[in-house]
Design a protein around this ligand. Structure first.
Ligand code: NAD
Length: 330
């Protein structure tokens, strides 16, 4: 594998470790920096474990996974960690003032052409990058969790992001075997979370109204539309069925959906009663009777199999086309 330039990840938590694994598997030397003692070392250990999981799932050989793990280093000194990076990925806690201050600090130590991105799930990159001298090289790169398994990365352009920045990020991410999408406006929910939140709102409204149980809602998404989604997007579905037929279904169904610009009363009630989900033992489901660890293992097993089928999740081999044919349309 040809030598790749260094990536520095600032914020070595849950997301930092997954991103580090993907970057290292693609051949980049990776530096991990975190302000909390021991966090970077823990993230390097977690990344090595992610890489072993990718190898066990057939996405890399054991030797490739070991070589990738050896590319990941920790650095307790921020300027030193940043030196030599061609791309700095911020993955610290979701806090606007902290991200703004960090971006300004990072910029003091890197050249104007170095890419600087945030993994923020919900904050606007225009605001995170507001104090930069060179906001044109900044963007959001929103890796989905788990970062080493989910191919989607939303590249969100802020008000100051240069077109070439988004194009370059997309090019690099494709070379990792990721599925980058470019989001041209800096709105809440970016792209995919806007769709997911609409699904969650309707799913919880269906339970709230007594139309179906939480278990049956999850089954209908997981084993109906969800199962075909990796090969069959909603707009491909519309075009296949025909726009006129879909229009008539929309005219019939949309007026009866939950259309309030807020979460359902059931979600508020669950939160107010402390039934906050897995950690509390209760949420939509009773987690004292269900095995959450087994569900996570099943999710990861499914994702690994899907990645192999789709030819994603690892750098494409030399001469191989970008696996999903329509990625180039972006
Ligand atoms: N967890 C998810 O499912 C998920 C998914 C996508 C995006 N995100 C986003 O990714 C980012 C990181 O999330 P996470 O779940 O990995 O968080 P995390 O809490 O697991 O890790 C954050 C790390 O940042 C460190 N940190 C805090 N301030 C710092 C600073 N100034 N400099 C260096 N390190 C600092 C913390 O010590 C911690 O180790 C957030 O913006 C989050 O919204 C999270």
């Amino acid at each position: 594998m040809a030598a790749r330039p260094q990536i520095t990840i600032v914020g070595a938590g849950l997301m930092g470790s997954g991103i580090a694994a993907s970057a290292a598997l693609a051949g980049h030397p990776v530096k991990l920096y975190d302000t909390a003692a021991g966090k970077a070392a823990n993230a390097a250990t977690a990344a090595a474990s992610h890489l072993r999981q990718l190898a066990a799932g057939g996405l890399a050989s054991e030797a490739e996974a070991a070589r990738a793990a050896a590319r990941i280093a920790c650095d307790a000194d921020l300027p030193h960690a940043l030196a030599g990076a061609f791309w700095v990925i911020e993955a610290i806690t979701e806090n606007l003032p902290a991200k703004q201050a960090l971006f300004r600090d990072i910029e003091r130590h890197i050249a104007p052409e170095v890419l600087l991105t945030s993994n923020t799930s919900g904050l606007r990159i225009s605001e995170i990058a507001a104090g930069l001298r060179h906001p044109e090289r900044a963007a959001t790169t929103h890796f989905w969790f788990p970062g080493h398994l989910v191919p989607l990365v939303e590249v969100v352009m802020g008000e100051g992001t240069r077109e070439e920045t988004a194009t370059e990020l997309r090019r690099v991410l494709l070379s990792w075997g990721k599925a980058p999408v470019i989001v041209r406006r800096d709105l809440p929910g970016q792209l995919a979370n806007r769709i997911l939140q609409a699904i969650i709102r309707e799913a919880s409204a269906i339970v709230d109204s007594g139309l179906a149980s939480a278990a049956d809602v999850d089954t209908s998404v997981k084993l109906g539309m969800g199962l075909r989604f990796p090969a069959w997007g909603p707009l491909e579905h519309v075009d296949t069925v025909g726009i006129d037929l879909c229009l008539s279904v929309q005219d019939t169904v949309l007026p009866s959906l939950y259309n309030e610009p807020r979460a359902t009363p059931l979600m508020r009630k669950l939160a107010d009663e402390g039934r906050k989900g897995v950690a509390a033992g209760q949420g939509f489901h009773d987690w004292t009777r269900r095995d959450h660890a087994a569900l996570v293992a099943e999710r990861d097993r499914f994702l690994l199999n899907a990645l192999r089928l789709l030819g994603l999740g690892r750098p494409p081999s030399a001469g191989e086309e970008a696996p999903a044919s329509d990625l180039a349309e972006a």
